[in-house]
Design a protein around this ligand. Structure first.
Ligand code: DGJ
Length: 738
């Protein structure tokens, strides 16, 4: 059994093939955290880890340093996991163990995205009930452990079983106490068009955090924190990952206190948050996925990739290879009509592209971004026959049709705003801030969710629509819901996200055949929460090949390639103005859900031929590129970042594709190699290079063992200044086991 209870020592031991998580009910009834790390013998006691003393406050000397769900106000001054304001205004709690149970599998979370089980016996869940006798506040801590994964999924349910209302001020999903401070924090940070750049720095005394208060998980920070041993590399050393399955305001924090311990916590951002719990009411936190890897960052990433691909993503598209698409956005922006779109589609079809996506501008009177959001009615000036005619004609070409929507928004210039100005988020007595000339709809109101479900169901049911790009182009200001009383306004941001999830849930269930891709001004909501509904996300509005190397590399720390929308766009690039070779753009985008974002009618014949070859190559290898095991090989965030390498390896290791990229050519650079990961050491691989033009760079036709490719590496260049390797160079090595 993965979960055992030792009544003699009052210990819980959660144990998978590779990790152990051990807790103990202490003598005073508190739930102590004893251990999280590589798996330990199942039958031993680890109570010896429990008495380590917390010196932070003299009255607490002799008490344990490590607790599962710390609360404030009684001497532990470190960051709390739970703060509950009670009827008298006090926030002190004394949570003591009451009972526990082990349940097979993993119970679903209502209203929140969550990981799940599919096969009997693959996981077990421990529920531990704690109770504060004085207030009637009860907490149920939940821990799910999968037999063959190095991770624990945690969450908490807080119940008010007292006689008077209480207010939640802090309700974290997980708190981890570590007995030393020799860790480095790794976070994913950025902004629009430069999302998820890797930052790694030593933990310092005090608290250090990343958070969002924007109403989205944000492009500024991702709901993720890793703690890595200083010596941990891609494939060696201990790394702890904390990832929150949530798409709104979050906090991920590490704290170092003066006596040499560290604490990490992850959950809803307490800033601006409060939640009134009436007697009898309960509150569920989002869940957090805690990974322990002893094989470096790669081990952590593999654990997240596999869990998110197979036990977070759901629905018909979870395991299906994704179509090669073309999106008209950068090709036309708002300026299109049916004839122009059909020309683009037929040019795309000739190159082998499978899905045509109509982006923004097809509804209301939307000739620019100032109007019509909320009015989900086709613009008959642009599309006289409606979506039905356009989608039908695209299907006749032998392609599928996809559509852009931005459900959560409302333009001032819209019929919806005329009818329901109060549906826009904002404080009635204050001006509302417009951003991209739009407001955010108040998704905390069930009638708004109902309206959107009906309006969008009509649209999605009106034509053969196979794919939806669900956009979200501004963050929330003046957070306030006209539907909530004053004392519940602190609930708004979370209720808003629950409304977003409710709409996603209803639409994905009503249209199970549609492939949903989430988007938020590019990658501002690239988080595990939305992956539970939409198995892929638009990684960034920045499609420049050089910038995308950093963005996709950083994203891969947590997210699988099957979740990353990656397109080839025109050169010079519309975001940064850089000109890069067409093949380089494709070779970066290959390692994701591949597509194009340009006007194919403007391409030269040579470019069309090249694109047809790219599409054919991607189709041949897409199973490996989308669903293989993705390994990072050379980081753009280390050294001068000039060379980048990564690879996708088929699950059976019989084939692999390794991408090698050089940003600027270097004179007199010397020989170079790229060491691979994840191959079968006993297999012999035939190595070829794609595209053909890069093949000249292959020193000799290669047959090499997996052991040699991993230990010695692929020889990228053995000459000082390779004449065939220019600026913005890319090539893919194809490895096939004999
Ligand atoms: C932002 C998205 O990220 C783009 O790809 C595009 O869909 C625009 N919105 C459309 O308004």
């Amino acid at each position: 059994m993965p979960i055992s209870w030792k009544s003699e020592t009052q210990e819980f031991h959660l144990r998978s093939d590779s990790i152990s998580y051990v807790m103990r009910v202490l003598d005073n009834g508190w739930l102590g955290q004893l251990y999280f790390g590589p798996s330990l013998a199942a039958d031993a006691s680890y109570a010896c880890f429990g008495p380590a003393e917390f010196y932070g406050f003299s009255n607490r000397v002799g008490e344990p340093i490590a607790l599962e769900y710390p609360t404030p106000g009684s001497g532990d001054y470190r960051a709390p996991a739970l703060v509950v304001e009670q009827a008298d205004g006090a926030t002190v709690l004394d949570l003591r163990y009451k009972s526990h149970r082990v349940v097979p599998g993993k119970p679903a979370l209502t209203g929140l995205p969550s990981t799940y089980v599919e096969v009997g016996g693959e996981a077990e869940t421990l529920e531990v009930d704690l109770s504060d006798a004085a207030s009637g506040v009860d907490v149920q801590l939940r821990y799910s452990i999968y037999r063959n994964r190095p991770l624990v999924v945690r969450g908490a349910r807080i119940a008010n079983n007292g006689a008077t209302p209480v207010i939640l001020r802090v309700a974290m999903s997980a708190s981890l106490d570590l007995p030393d401070t020799r860790w480095q924090a790794i976070t994913l940070n950025g902004d629009w068009a430069r999302e998820r750049q890797i930052d790694r720095r030593a933990l310092r005394p005090g608290r250090q955090s990343v958070a969002s208060n924007r109403g989205t998980s944000s492009s500024q920070h991702n709901p993720f924190l890793a703690l890595a041993r200083p010596e941990a590399t891609e494939d060696l050393g201990d790394v702890i990952g904390l990832s929150l399955v949530y798409s709104g305001n979050f906090l991920a924090e590490a704290e170092v206190e003066p006596f040499g311990t560290s604490r990490a916590r992850i959950g809803l951002n307490p800033e601006g948050f409060s939640w009134l719990l009436d007697p009898g009411a309960t509150f569920d936190t989002p869940e957090a996925v805690l990974v322990y890897s002893t094989s470096g960052l790669d081990g952590m990433s593999q654990a997240y990739h596999d869990l998110f691909k197979t036990r977070l993503a759901r629905g018909q598209w979870r395991d299906k290879t994704r179509p090669v698409l073309i999106n008209n956005w950068e090709g036309t922006y708002f300026d299109f009509n049916e004839a122009r779109l059909l020309e683009m589609a037929s040019a795309s079809k000739e190159m082998g592209i499978e899905l045509f996506v109509l982006d923004d501008g097809w509804f209301g009177r939307r000739d620019d971004d100032t109007t019509s959001l909320g009015d989900w009615v086709v613009d008959r000036n642009k599309l006289p026959g409606g979506l039905e005619s356009l989608a039908g004609k695209i299907e006749e070409l032998g392609m599928r049709f996809g559509l852009w929507i931005e459900p959560e928004m409302i333009s001032r210039a819209s019929n919806l705003y005329q009818a329901h100005p109060d549906w826009a988020v904002g404080i009635p007595s204050r001006p509302r801030t417009e951003s991209r000339t739009q407001f955010v709809l108040d998704m905390a109101r069930p009638e708004v969710v109902d309206y959107l479900f009906d309006a969008l169901s009509k649209i999605l049911g009106s034509a053969p629509i196979s794919y939806v790009k669900w956009d979200m182009n501004r963050t929330i200001t003046e957070p306030f819901s006209a539907s909530l009383p004053a004392w519940r306004q602190g609930e708004f941001m979370h209720r808003h996200i629950l409304g977003v999830y409710a709409l996603y849930d209803r639409l994905t269930k009503a249209f199970p055949g549609i492939l949903f891709e989430s988007c938020a001004s590019g990658g501002a909501r690239f988080d595990p929460g939305l992956l539970a509904y939409a198995p892929q996300a638009w990684t960034s509005d920045n499609t420049d090949a050089v910038d995308r190397l950093r963005i996709q590399y950083g994203t891969s720390l947590v997210y699988p390639t099957s979740s990353m929308g990656a397109h080839v766009s025109a050169s010079p690039n519309h975001q940064i103005g850089r000109a890069t070779p067409l093949d380089t753009r494709a070779l970066v985008a290959f390692f994701g859900d591949f597509g194009y974002e340009l006007d194919p009618t403007k391409l030269s014949d040579a470019e069309r031929t090249q694109i047809a070859e790219q599409v054919a190559f991607y189709k041949q290898w897409r199973e490996v590129l989308q669903f293989g095991r993705f390994h990072r090989l050379r980081s753009p965030f280390e050294g001068d970042g000039n060379e980048i390498g990564w690879a996708s390896v088929a699950p059976d290791r019989r084939s692999a594709l390794a991408g090698y990229y050089q940003i600027l050519n270097r004179v007199n650079a010397g020989p170079r190699r790229l060491r691979l990961r994840g191959l079968d050491p006993a297999a012999t691989y035939r190595v070829s290079v794609w595209p053909e033009t890069a093949a000249a760079a292959l020193p000799t036709a290669l047959r090499l063992g997996g052991d040699a490719l991993m230990a010695g590496g692929l020889v990228i260049s053995s000459t000082r200044t390779p004449s065939d390797v220019g600026d913005f160079h890319a090539r893919v090595y194809v490895l096939e086991a004999e």
